[in-house]
Design a protein around this ligand. Structure first.
Ligand code: MN
Ligand code: MN
Length: 461
């Protein structure tokens, strides 16, 4: 053999995915990403993503879950978990005793939540007090246009949905930062201390109501909210209102090859899963799609991936077929569809470049996450990795391996460990992201598209 032949036969030769696509694939990729952008513009919270998924599921013939329901081949079922997470299934021609093919992503993203008593006035400026949700660099959030999303549940049981700041005619909200001229002390602080959590106070307005007394600006803000939404100050105590970066998902780069948006992590994988699921009819194994909440704070709570709502859903489907849930889980496979860190040439020192995902090299497969010696991760087996290689190569998916940074550099986790703890073979995979958890994150169109193809291949494996 020549050296070239030896190299070809024996060594890996990763290629930039954009050099591998044909014209038809490019057209499909652009069309897919156009739809993805519309989804991102409509869905910035777990509630909005869940509501979107319910609407689309109904359009595609999915029926709502009911306890004790049947589960026949071809049936399409969704379980709306309190409007904050959702599981969907297409029942396979094989019984659930042979397992399900599951894709699990999350639809919550880092942001700023309102505190229970958020509204106050200081120096004739009205503010909301916030508590950040998930891992953020706090210094990134001042001077960014913010939108208010969420629900207020009044004491009488009625609920009002609020979205302010997304319509171009809407006002936006904002956190201020210190002017550089007077920032001598601030600039000496470490980045983690430059903006503190209690400084993430959001400006609401400066116009006082007419009259005498204190807090006239606060009173005016409450008057405006009351006029539009019929709420009073005490209603904030039973509300979930969050502040997220305002504005749409946009193309980035002179070649338009990238997309910037708030919350690609992990709605980029959530959308991929849903899009792939809706394209599937009559799979052999039951295909299950999960959009989970609370991943960014540990997958806890009734809407997180540790919640038994998943057992309730799958257990009911299994019972309908006379199958034990344990037997189903033991034969199932889960793609934990979550984003990875794309190699950033501006910060090469945090990565092992040979083992880091790169933009445009396709969906990234992560054998393990965790931190300090793989702590807390599920660490997929060699057999599971072999299954993934075979499945993705068989479907012509462009993919690559990923690790979360250099050894001992940091770490993180996904829903993978919680699926694996259920005795479900699980592998992490998803879209590589630049600036993860920043107000605006970057992904490549190619990696978005390939992740959708990967989800489809897993459902049909
Ligand atoms: Mn994530
Ligand atoms: Mn995250």
């Amino acid at each position: 053999m020549t050296t070239d032949e030896l190299r070809e036969t024996l060594l890996r030769s990763p290629k930039n995915g954009l050099q591998l696509l044909n014209d038809q694939q490019r057209t499909e990729m652009e069309s897919y990403c156009k739809d993805y952008r519309a989804f991102m513009d409509a869905c910035k919270t777990e509630r909005e993503a869940t509501a979107w998924a319910v609407r689309e599921a109904q359009k595609h013939g999915y029926k709502p879950f009911t306890p004790g329901m049947a589960a026949k081949p071809g049936d399409k079922i969704y379980y709306d978990n309190r409007g904050k997470s959702i599981a969907l299934a297409v029942i396979g021609t094989k019984p659930l005793s042979e397992g399900a093919n599951i894709c699990a992503a999350h639809v919550d993203s880092p942001r700023m939540d309102l505190k229970p008593n958020p509204l106050y006035e200081d120096s004739e400026i009205a503010y909301f007090k916030t508590h950040y949700y998930g891992g953020i660099k706090k210094y990134q959030w001042p001077t960014v246009p913010l939108a208010l999303h969420g629900v207020v549940c009044r004491k009488d049981g009625t609920t009002v949905t609020i979205t302010i700041g997304e319509d171009p005619q809407d006002p936006v909200l904002m956190v201020s930062d210190l002017l550089i001229h007077l920032a001598a002390d601030q600039m000496q602080k470490p980045l983690a201390k430059g903006i503190e959590g209690e400084q993430l106070n959001v400006i609401l307005g400066t116009q006082p109501v007419e009259g005498e007394g204190s807090d006239l600006v606060k009173l005016n803000i409450m008057r405006l909210l009351n006029e539009k939404y019929g709420i009073v100050e005490a209603d904030f105590q039973s509300a979930e209102l969050v502040l997220v970066p305002a504005g749409p998902c946009r193309e980035v780069g002179l070649d338009r090859s990238l997309l910037s948006a708030y919350g690609h992590d992990d709605r980029v994988c959530a959308y991929a899963e849903l899009h792939a699921l809706f394209a599937i009819e009559n799979p052999e194994k039951t295909a299950v799609c999960i959009l989970a909440d609370k991943e960014e704070i540990g997958s806890v709570g009734v809407s997180g991936m540790q919640s038994h709502y998943f057992e309730h859903f799958m257990g009911t489907l299994c019972a309908a077929q006379g199958v034990s849930l344990e037997d189903c889980f033991a034969q199932s496979f889960c793609l934990s569809a979550d984003v990875s860190n794309a190699f950033d040439p501006n910060f090469p020192e945090v990565s092992d470049k040979r083992n880091n995902a790169s933009v445009n090299y396709g969906v990234s497969i992560c054998k393990y996450t965790g931190s300090r010696g793989k702590g807390g991760c599920s660490d997929a087996s060699a057999e599971a990795m072999s299954h993934i290689r075979k499945t993705l190569d068989g479907a012509g998916v462009i993919w690559q391996m990923a690790t979360l940074g250099k050894v001992d550099q940091g770490g993180g986790g996904t829903v993978a460990a919680f699926m694996a703890n259920r005795n479900i073979v699980t592998v992490d995979a998803g879209v590589p992201v630049l600036s993860m958890h920043a107000p605006l994150e970057l992904v490549s169109k190619l990696d978005c598209y390939e992740t959708m193809l990967a989800c489809k291949a897993i459902y049909l494996a």
